[in-house]
Ligand binder design. Structure first.
Ligand code: PEP
Ligand code: CO
Length: 456
């Protein structure tokens, strides 16, 4: 296969494909996809290009990526409160990071389209009954009945409209200033049990609020928040849908036509669908958007290099984000050969750490959880690997929510396994709650501050 073989938005269709729903009615699917393809784009090409420019800075350590949101966004999350609270935690985390690291933070939400999930098995047993596995609201309903789990083509259209509504409200909040962040009582630090940590965090938040006050008093109040950029992202899993969201974009001089997925600013390839000759890699190589590639412990260095040659032969800075998700205790051994192999190619990539997906565990009672200590340990390990090898950790990727859920153990509220039942709401992977997310930001801020100290 030549790397420059002809590409079209549908050329993935001739490749082996994993993780797709089996619809009964192909005509209904085609009609739904035609509807999506005829709707206006959700994002503009200029925004996608801006994200690529920002990511090029992150690759050099001149900006830092904060990517976060639900594991599986639900259609019901397309509502005022969930959007507000997710936006608020992302903005608060990014303020903490910007303030401490003195780096612009690139906010990328796993939001406005993160509706489809890969699954390790085609079926699951719910209350003794075998059903098709839940693949996300994009595909079907979650209820544990065969009828609910039947893939419904109409949901392809509904996902697009809900993505639009979510993005619209997020943009409106940002344009409107979302000024709540200025008020100390919106920073809920009372969760932090350890009084030493609480005092330290309170002092940092006070300094941040002071700085915001100062900026406001200079009269540039409205510009500080209205220029806050937020980018949307999701796993590019359902390729028929992604194809429908792909648009031809003609360059201003009309000399070239590019293709962009204008259903989100960036998309990533999951760890399960990154096979070199597979449909997902074929689709992703042809879109101009920045793309993420999840890199798990089974990735072989030579394959990663080959994958980069296929998806980004031109090595455009800011196009590729490698999101490593190895697990605490594994990253220190697995990551260096991968980093060295990519470094040896001379390529520019943004290295990010997803400390969530390699750190899943189950309680004795069978509840999926993750321990904050492992999540933090993987981030620290990843920072250390990059520092040792002279490369740069350019960002982090979290599954989080702004709500006070109890899904991950540990953290500032010292949640234990017995607490999980209280407010366990995820339908997929366990997410950091508000306090845990904020604590991760404080811990990261410290790490970035020390990196800044070493560099200057
Ligand atoms: C995810 O990000 O929700 C996910 C499924 O991750 P991965 O592909 O890394 O397992
Ligand atoms: Co997940």
């Amino acid at each position: 296969m030549s790397q420059r073989a002809a590409w079209t938005p549908g050329s993935w269709r001739s490749r082996p494909i994993l993780q797709q729903p089996q619809y009964r009615d192909p005509q209904a699917v085609a009609a739904a996809l035609a509807t999506v393809a005829g709707l206006p784009p959700l994002v503009a090409p200029g925004e996608v290009e801006a994200l690529r420019r920002h990511l090029a800075l992150a690759a050099q350590g001149k900006a830092f990526v904060l990517q976060g949101g639900d594991c599986a966004e639900r259609f019901q999350d397309c509502a005022k409160d969930p959007i507000e609270s997710k936006l608020k935690i992302l903005l608060q985390m990014s303020l903490v990071l910007t303030f401490s690291a003195r780096l612009p933070v690139i906010r990328v939400a796993r939001m406005a389209g993160q509706y489809a999930k890969p699954r390790s098995a085609d079926t699951e047993i719910v209350d003794g009954v075998e059903l098709p596995s839940y693949r996300g609201d994009h595909v079907h309903r979650i209820e544990a009945t065969a009828a609910a789990r039947e893939p419904d083509p109409q949901r392809l259209v509904e996902a697009y409209f809900r993505s639009a509504a979510t993005l619209n409200y997020a943009r409106a909040l940002l344009d409107g200033g979302f000024a709540d962040l200025h008020k100390p009582h919106h920073w809920r630090l009372e969760f932090v049990r350890s009084s030493t940590h609480r005092a330290e965090y309170e002092a940092l938040v006070e300094r941040i609020l002071d700085a915001l006050d100062f900026v406001e008093s200079t009269g540039v109040e409205s510009s500080t928040f209205s220029t806050v950029e937020l980018f949307s992202s999701h796993e590019g899993l359902l390729l028929a849908y992604e194809e429908a969201a792909t648009r031809a974009v003609v360059s201003p001089d009309k000399a070239a036509t590019h293709y962009m997925n204008l259903g989100a600013h960036m998309l990533w390839i999951g760890d399960r669908t990154r096979a070199l000759d597979g449909a997902h890699v074929e689709y992703f190589r042809g879109i101009d958007n920045p793309i993420g590639i999840k890199v798990g412990p089974s990735m072989v260095p030579a394959d990663l290099v080959r994958l980069l040659d296929v998806v980004e032969p031109d090595d455009r800075p800011g196009r590729i984000m490698l999101i490593t998700r190895m697990g605490a205790g594994v990253a220190a051994a697995k990551l260096p050969p991968l980093v060295e192999a990519v470094r040896a190619t001379g390529r520019t990539v943004v290295w990010c750490s997803d400390p969530m997906h390699g750190n899943g565990t189950k309680t004795q009672g069978g509840i999926k959880t993750r321990d904050l200590r492992n999540i933090h340990a993987e981030v620290v390990e990843t920072f250390e690997v990059h520092e040792r090898l002279g490369t740069i950790l350019g960002g982090v990727h979290f599954e989080l929510t702004g709500e006070d859920v109890t899904e991950c153990v540990g953290g500032p509220q010292e949640l234990g396994e017995a607490d999980l039942a209280r407010s366990y709401e995820t339908f997929c992977d366990p997410r950091l709650n508000y306090a845990q997310s904020l604590e991760m930001a404080f811990l990261l801020a410290k790490r970035l501050e020390s990196r800044r100290g070493k560099r200057s």
